[in-house]
Design a protein around this ligand. Sequence first.
Ligand SMILES: Cc1cc2nc3c(=O)[nH]c(=O)nc-3n(C[C@H](O)[C@H](O)[C@H](O)COP(=O)(O)O)c2cc1C
Length: 415
Amino acid sequence: MNDLSGKRILLGVSGGIAAYKLPHLVRLFKKSGAEVQVVMTKSAAMFVSPLALATLSGRAVLSEIFPNSASDQESWTNHIRLGEWADGFVLAPATANVVAKLANGFADDMLSVCFLTLRPNKPKLIFPSMDGEMFDAPAVQRNLNVLREQGCLVIEPEVGELASGLVGKGRLPEPEKIFALVCDALSPKEKTLAGKQVVVTAGATREKIDGVRFISNYSSGKMGFALAEAAAELGAETILITGKTSLPTPPNVKRIDVESAEEMFREATRYFETLDVFVAAAAVADYRPAETHQGKLKKSADALELRLVKNPDILLEFGKRKKSHQLSVGFALEIENALENARAKLAAKNCDIVALNRANEEGAGFESETNRLTLLFKDGSCEQLPLQTKREIAKEILKKASFFFRKTSLTSPER
Ligand SMILES: Cc1cc2nc3c(=O)[nH]c(=O)nc-3n(C[C@H](O)[C@H](O)[C@H](O)COP(=O)(O)O)c2cc1C
């Protein structure tokens, strides 16, 4: 669980449409124990209510440098006091305008002055969010680079539907993601997988029937992406080999997009020699059509028979070649005789850990944000994890992997 207890966050809000996400972000910060001071630009108030942010943060929202009256002595030095007070500065959304101002040292409102008075070495996270063309504009990119050079962490916006109605790069990440990144910056975790290479497979493969049809499954890729994100957070060099999905690439992860099981197999085998942890979270199709028709199959006969042939089993192949310093984590999706089948998989595929997923459980499964897993270990022990978000589960699994390298053997009492 991420904890921001006692952390003091200076939250800059500028006038982009994505500011509507901010009340939820403030709630997440407050719930995790942080103190939040919102400083917003005048334009931001066009997109999100200062009253809502003041109520949720429990503090008056500041915008102007000058106090309302000359007798309001308390607020004369707000701009300097807040720079000293804050443990970190978060700017979300960051408009092109505010990015330009901060990159050039402007100081004409409370937000820009606080940015300048923030104590050195305090984390500064900038979340630019704007229309795709605007984001790519050379001036915006130049200003973002200036902020990077000044030590700011600039988080790339996500690809998706934009307020303009277009689809492109420019979306502000969801509050949960911003929250997680702020937690990492303000309470950095131990990099227990630094120097290790982690390869994760994710999502569903597509097995072509013809030029327009394929066989696939309901896997969303969410579990695999969460695992890659957790591995990267723990400092691992992380490679994510994924089937088709529109999920954004987690920070510091090398992403390889593939379509079929054979392609996924080819890409994964490239790393079999060098990897330290292999996490097979993809839902790889067991079979593929024996032949792919060129163009589109015509509807003619009443029935169509498809002959399927077996796909390569990536986890099994890795299990055969695995060396003692390498760790193999598999996923088993079972309905009946779940434990028994998962144990058999662990042995047959020479895994160190198998994460058992029961397909028929509530709150678990492909599309769900949460999951309930049972972890089975090579030494015969198992551990039931509570219903958790896929992100929390991913962290739990990667933590086990870190223990493996610390102890080099998996024995239950140490876990
Ligand atoms: C409906 C609407 C949506 C806007 N959304 C954005 C946006 O997402 N990102 C951005 O950089 N500017 C956006 N703008 C332009 C900014 O509001 C404008 O540049 C403003 O001067 C920014 O002021 P500030 O940076 O002081 O908050 C939008 C403007 C309008 C009218």
